[in-house]
Unconditional design. Structure first.
Length: 266
């Protein structure tokens, strides 16, 4: 008899953020980062079994369920209900949430990704939870009606204000890659999320988030915390620093329009 497949385990991923503005003034930056990938169905309400990473309580690094979904109920139940309301009934496999953890209790996530799989392991849909510095959020649901191929281009019309240096117009192009590579003689899962923004005149922004998965252990949590001190505080600081650089280069500034109600767009 074939033994059952082991349950997927939480991952701590180390990688890089890259961002390039193509016009009206060129501006680019890249920095090292880390994030977690959590298998929500397998985890259910369990903790992570890691001394330096807690669930729903303070620690060096932590994950709080209330930071995601509707902030109330179980995360797997919330995303299942949302998908069913959008006509997606076959995302009954694993649900991987990719997001930044809290660092000393603080977090700001510009975007979190919910990778929703079918029972056969194929990627069925991706929900992008986008937040801005005004405390608002919006969900973009990427759905082709069938399984999504590795690296396939997915599109969404921009309806949510994020940067004061971009109008709320045009659209996003998303690509998600997941591959296995060998690191130090051992297999390692590598992921890449690429998001490009175009307006009516063509490409404006090119961004990506890449990472290599490592086990969620105390040693790796210490490596993350000490190697990237106060990382989530740095996210907010870098957002404002890059905004200052664009303002000094006289990139046009657009006031925040009335935001759409919190909902899902496709």
């Amino acid at each position: 008899m074939r033994p059952p497949e082991p349950s997927p385990a939480p991952q701590l991923c180390f990688g890089r953020v890259r961002h390039a503005r193509l016009r009206p003034a060129r501006n680019s930056f890249a920095y090292a980062t880390y994030y977690v990938r959590l298998p929500l169905r397998s985890l259910s309400q369990a903790s992570f079994g890691c001394a330096l990473f807690s669930r729903n309580r303070f620690n060096l690094l932590s994950f709080h369920d209330a930071d995601h979904g509707d902030g109330k109920g179980a995360l797997a139940g919330w995303i299942d209900q949302l998908l069913r309301a959008e006509g997606i009934a076959d995302a009954d496999g694993e649900l991987w949430l990719q997001t930044m953890p809290r660092v000393l209790g603080f977090v700001f996530n510009p975007v979190s990704f919910w990778f929703c799989h079918r029972a056969d392991g194929a990627l069925r849909a991706v929900l992008c939870d986008v937040r801005n510095t005004f405390g608002e959020r919006h969900f973009y649901l990427l759905d082709t009606g069938a399984a999504i191929d590795n690296g396939a281009e997915l599109r969404a019309r921009k309806v949510f204000h994020v940067s004061p240096f971009c109008r709320v117009e045009g659209g996003y192009r998303f690509r998600f890659f997941r591959v296995m590579r060998t690191r130090s003689g051992l297999p390692a899962e590598c992921t890449l999320a690429a998001i490009d923004y175009d307006d009516e005149a063509g490409p404006v922004l090119q961004t990506s988030l890449s990472g290599t998965a490592a086990p969620l252990t105390a040693a790796n949590c210490a490596r993350a915390f000490l190697g990237y001190p106060l990382m989530t505080f740095g996210v907010v600081a870098r957002i404002h620093l890059q905004a200052l650089r664009l303002w000094l280069r006289r990139v046009p500034f657009f006031s925040k329009p009335p935001s759409p109600p919190q909902k899902v767009t496709r």
